[in-house]
Ligand binder design. Sequence first.
Ligand SMILES: N[C@@H](CCC(=O)N[C@@H](CS)C(=O)NCC(=O)O)C(=O)O
Length: 205
Amino acid sequence: MMEILGRTNSVNVRKVAWCAAELGVPFTRSDWGRGFRPTSEPEFLALNPNATVPVIRDGDVVLYESHSIVRYLCAKHRPQWLGETPEAVGLISQWMDWSLSVLATPMSVVFQGKKVNPPPYTPEQVVAATARAKELWVMIARAMDEGTAPFGGEEFTAADFVIAPFMERYVTTIEPQFEAPVLDAWLSRCRARPAFHEHVTVPAP
Ligand SMILES: N[C@@H](CCC(=O)N[C@@H](CS)C(=O)NCC(=O)O)C(=O)O
């Protein structure tokens, strides 16, 4: 059976667990990472020398980087979720990469600034990151309103699994007053799914 290594309060672990559950892929999970078994242990470093969660072990396949794991799971079990035309593949991939390279940083600064004690960032850094995160969620909502976002639709794509867990975190712990009907509707649809409820809407640390 596939194994996920990583604590459930990590947004990156949540992405992978939700994707696997929606695909019907059975898995076990073990608590590694901050507050649990340290990823600096040699057993973990042998799987991921970057010492980050999540990692999966699926038979002989060992992978780290949450978005690569989501791509792998979709490619193996539901390749259409990666896009059915070259254009769709490009767009889904673009948003997945964007969410790691652009969205994840301010989200992480704000979240850790609010939740980690002592906060690893100054209040000024948290204020700046909050403003940046808000700009980015406005950008996401606009793309959804314009119909150019390859996520939040009737059918899943790989991009849903990596962006919706950030959205859940944004509206629950960062900006509960954020007003964007298109995001509210998407979040409601996600929350109605048992797998999202089980693997993403779990209590934050
Ligand atoms: N780009 C990586 C980032 C992984 C990452 O930074 N994971 C954090 C948790 S969200 C981590 O491992 N923190 C150290 C720890 O928990 O010990 C991915 O998407 O998997």
